[in-house]
Design a protein around this ligand. Sequence first.
Ligand code: PGA
Length: 252
Amino acid sequence: MNRRTIVAANWKMNGNLNLVEYMAKRLNQVQLGENVEVIVCPSFPYLSAMANQLAHDNIYLGAQNVNVQQSGAFTGEISTSMLQEFAVKYVIVGHSERRSIYHETSVEIADKVKAVLAAKLTPILCIGESLEQRTAEQTEQVLAGQLQPVIDAIGIEKFKDVVIAYEPVWAIGTGKTASPEMAQATHLFIRQFLAANNIDVANKVPLLYGGSVNAQNCEALFAQTDIDGGLLGGASLKVDEFSQICSTVKGS
Ligand code: PGA
């Protein structure tokens, strides 16, 4: 099954106009492997500058969050139609920081996935367990509990237009990456969970791994059968390292 390989950059609340310029310049020159896609998700204020400076056929712009409403009295929020005006193609939904710091529930996240799809954008749906949950052997239960509300909200067929990022919370920003074997086993569980609903769709969904991915460990992780690339935080802010990762990743 040939799925595209995706390297996505989640800048979180980091970066500035200088980084936008420097990163865009470098990425515009990167030679990507066949079937490899790169997605850059800077903070909202930088989408416009990034959209103007990125000029590469297989590098796309993503946002880090969105509101389900189209417009109105929602101070501080951003709608899908606003994102569309800046050539945004992807939206990260349900990142663990949104779940833990901003208390977004799996049901609210499912509504966001639905809104993103309705706008013909692609959601990058983040799921993952905490250290306590992994230690208590609840990982599969937690992931199922995060996926099921989305299946209920959009139906399994629409998952063919969704990218999933598995990000164990204990690996995010900690330097502790899941081993390739552990990550593969969890990705396989996710794919089988989707396959129980629809095998064809399950085989099409790109499953990204996230959590302390860097230039040293990305190759072994991305070589796993059910790992179709990564969602990178810290390493995506380093121009040399990120562009090197993008250019060395092999497509499926
Ligand atoms: P990290 O972040 O690569 O810094 O661990 C990944 C993420 O939170 O998406």
